[in-house]
Design a protein around this ligand. Structure first.
Ligand code: ATP
Length: 372
């Protein structure tokens, strides 16, 4: 019950059955999740899936149509933003242009008449490695530095939950990667609960302990990044977190630990523990980097799943060669294999694709796979 109404100890954030409707449109649909205090949590999803609306409800800028929100062990659903222990860092830094960097960071503390506001602001600036730029105006800083000031300004209040709404969206790729590492290090150091909203899967995966993948107002799957990547439970999650080969098949045989699945007339093995469905039509998935490519005259590997096809494209990427192989009845499958060595396969060549059953995952067969 305590968990349900958001008042349990140790919980940074608890959403219980949170729904938000705008007229007859449901932006967030019966969302329930628990974020342990001190963790780095990412809400990941495509544009319009309801991430920002969720964040705004946590901040108190938007009232849920139904459901409850708990922050730091307290039901805050009815509280205004300033009475919640949250701070938000936005993509637009929203710094006061006429104030120095230090005054920007100290502003909230001074409003609340905190005694050593300047000293605390300096400490927060040191945390984001900007203590030497406290006297400058925001316009005299780079985008990345301004973003750090915005972060320091939020951290200085020691909120129970820090909300980050696409905070790195305005930065170029290189700076973005650097800030991802820094943000993660700062979160570990301060130990606050971070809720990070992004549509960038790599960003969510590199930074968060737990990722919730949202689609059309609902959480499709939630878990540690590696688990979501290696064992997606829906085609949406499989496709959103990197690339997947998805093959339609039908369960033909129960092998005890595994299922024998017919894929375009070829039998492949899918471990039951890695499948959401054990009967009827299923979709067998495997990540491209888990697929090996072999010439037809290579020694046969009996334990691996294998499908034969024709190379339609081979692109040298520097690290490896990326192949697209047409499998009759399945479609195009991708692989990044290097194991053909100095003698890459060429378009038109017949090859075998192989993968270990333990690298595959199985999805319910009825759903739209997003594959061609
Ligand atoms: P993005 O990554 O583009 O910011 P998002 O996942 O954050 O997307 P939201 O901003 O939460 O998505 O919006 C979810 C849906 O709710 C969208 O379809 C949006 O048009 C709709 N929506 C958001 N705010 C309102 C509003 N005030 N009135 C009506 N519809 C709204």
């Amino acid at each position: 019950e305590a968990v349900r109404n958001g008042t349990a100890e140790g919980h940074g954030l608890v959403l219980a059955g949170v729904t938000k409707r705008f007229a007859d449109f449901t932006a967030v649909d019966d969302l329930s999740l628990t974020v342990p205090a001190g963790s780095f949590f990412a809400l990941l999803g495509p544009s319009g899936c309801g991430k920002t609306t969720t964040l705004r409800m946590v901040a108190g800028l938007e009232q849920p149509t139904s459901g409850t929100i708990g922050i730091g062990g307290r039901d805050v659903t009815a509280l205004p933003p300033y009475r919640r222990q949250v701070n938000t860092v936005f993509q637009s830094y929203a710094l006061f242009p006429h104030m120095s960097v230090l005054d920007n960071v100290a502003f909230g503390l001074k409003q609340r008449r905190v005694r050593d506001a300047r000293a605390q602001a300096k400490a927060a600036l040191a945390m984001v490695e900007l203590e030497h730029l406290g006297a400058r105006k925001p316009a005299q800083l780079s985008g990345g530095q301004q973003q750090r000031v915005a972060l320091a300004r939020a951290l200085v209040n020691r909120p129970a939950v820090l909300l980050l709404d696409e905070p790195l969206g305005a930065l170029d790729m290189k700076l973005r990667r650097q800030m991802q590492v820094e943000l993660k290090a700062i979160q570990t150091e301060v130990g606050l609960t971070f809720i990070h909203v992004t549509h960038d899967q790599e960003e969510a995966m590199t930074m968060a302990d737990t990722v919730a993948v949202m689609n059309q107002g609902r959480v499709e799957q939630m878990g540690p990044p590696r688990q979501l990547y290696e064992l997606p439970r829906t085609a949406f999650v499989a496709n959103f977190l990197g690339r997947s080969n998805l093959m339609r098949g039908r369960v033909a045989e129960d092998l005890g630990q595994g299922l024998g699945v017919d894929v375009a007339g070829t039998r492949v093995v899918l471990p039951k523990a890695r499948a959401t469905e054990h009967h009827g039509s299923v979709v067998v998935g495997v990540r491209p980097e888990k697929v090996r490519i072999q010439r037809m005259d290579a020694p046969f590997t009996a334990t691996a799943n294998q499908l034969a096809g024709t190379v339609v494209d081979a692109s040298f990427t520097g690290v490896s060669t990326e192949y697209l192989v047409d499998i009759p009845g399945v479609g195009l499958m991708g692989t990044f294999s290097q194991n053909l060595g100095q003698d890459p396969a060429s378009p038109g060549e017949k090859v075998r694709l192989l993968w270990e059953p333990d690298y595959s995952f199985g999805l319910a067969g009825g759903e739209d796979t997003g594959a061609g």
